[in-house]
Design a protein around this ligand. Structure first.
Ligand code: ADP
Ligand code: F6P
Length: 324
């Protein structure tokens, strides 16, 4: 028989993402609507092990829907990667009466949720990462805000690059994934997009392309470089030396993770947070919420973590055609 859940815990873990607050709010309000008690665990698994746990009522999430960051704070916790840490975490959940837990984060955080589920705590993951690198879902909370922030910043860099007739290498986040780079590259009309999934390290072909564009009278050359490739400053030096075109590197950095969530992030976070609570109330465990083929749905965490995600070759092809 499915375990009845009385108290739902919620935590955010890994890198923060705009919309995490909207997801926390959805968990709290949906759980309250179902007559459940909610415990907020601050600073992810680290806070769980340190018992940094507070009760949350409906009003505790007022005025948070539109705020970036996470009111529960977030952390990375190496102790939780050990079996001892996971056992301790499960024991603390039991002490606080937490029989269901919503984990908002990325793949690493889901691996933690999987371990807690194995220790008897019902868990559901909600995808929250700007990187869009979670294979089971077409969308993860924070991506839309991050990519819009990057797009606005790149527009500005492009203006000054054109005025000075420069080449600009703009490095965006994404850890090992190139989604932010690909999307902002298309949105900003970049001449080149370098992503870890596809880069062949043929810098000479970029140099040849810059020289060809220059001869055709192009005033700037924008390269979006994913952080998974990195080394934008040294790349800029080499490109300038080889092409004679002044070249500057801009690393956008943490600004991409902050700011008020877009409408899309607020709505997806609200839907996903609510679905996570519904799944727990149905007695489900070891699940992760996703958005696939136009539907909000859920997957087994083991299966979700084994899935692979591919960058669309057609998006890459189109991006290339746009810059020819
Ligand atoms: P994300 O969730 O964004 O992928 P991380 O990979 O940094 O971020 O993972 C966040 C946290 O999840 C880690 O600091 C750790 O506490 C926990 N975690 C990650 N991998 C595992 C694992 N294999 N087992 C248990 N906990 C893990
Ligand atoms: O996962 C989100 C992310 O912002 C990645 O894009 C980036 O590689 C990483 O987190 C940075 O993490 P930290 O905050 O530990 O520097």
């Amino acid at each position: 028989m499915a375990k009845e859940i009385n108290t739902i815990g919620v935590l955010t873990s890994g890198g923060d993402a705009p919309g995490m607050n909207a997801a926390i709010r959805a968990v709290v309000r949906k759980a309250c609507a179902n007559g459940k008690k909610v415990m907020g665990i601050r600073r992810g698994y680290q806070g769980l092990l340190e018992e940094d746990i507070v009760e949350m009522g409906r009003e505790s999430v007022s005025d948070t829907l539109d705020k970036g960051g996470t009111i529960l704070f977030t952390a990375r916790c190496s102790e939780f990667r050990t079996e001892e840490g996971q056992k301790k975490g499960a024991e603390i959940c039991r002490q606080y009466g937490i029989d269901g837990l919503v984990v908002i984060g990325g793949d690493g955080s889901f691996a933690g949720a999987q371990k807690l589920a194995a220790q008897g705590i019902n868990t559901v993951g909600v995808p929250g990462t700007i990187d869009l690198d979670i294979a089971c879902t077409d969308y993860s909370i924070g991506f839309d805000t991050a990519v819009n922030t990057a797009m606005d910043a790149i527009d500005k860099v492009r203006d000054t690059s054109t005025s000075h007739e420069r080449c600009s290498i703009i490095e965006v986040m994404g850890r090992d994934a190139g989604y932010i780079a690909l999307w902002s590259g298309i949105a900003n009309g970049a001449e080149d997009i370098i992503i870890p999934e596809k880069y062949d390290y043929d810098e000479q072909s970029i140099i040849n392309d810059i020289i060809r564009n220059r001869k055709m009278g192009k005033k700037h050359y924008i390269i979006i470089n994913a952080e998974g490739i990195g080394h934008s400053t040294s790349m800029a030096r080499r490109i300038e030396a080889a092409t004679g075109m002044e070249t500057r590197a801009t690393i956008l950095g943490y600004m991409q993770r902050g700011g008020n969530p877009t409408c899309r992030d607020r709505v997806y976070a609200t839907m996903m947070g609510s679905l996570a609570v519904d799944l727990l109330c149905q007695g489900k465990t070891n699940r992760v919420v996703g958005y696939k083929n136009g539907e909000f749905t859920d997957f087994d965490i083991d299966e979700a973590l084994a899935m692979k995600k591919e960058i669309s070759p057609y998006m890459m092809e189109v991006a290339k055609d746009m810059s020819k």
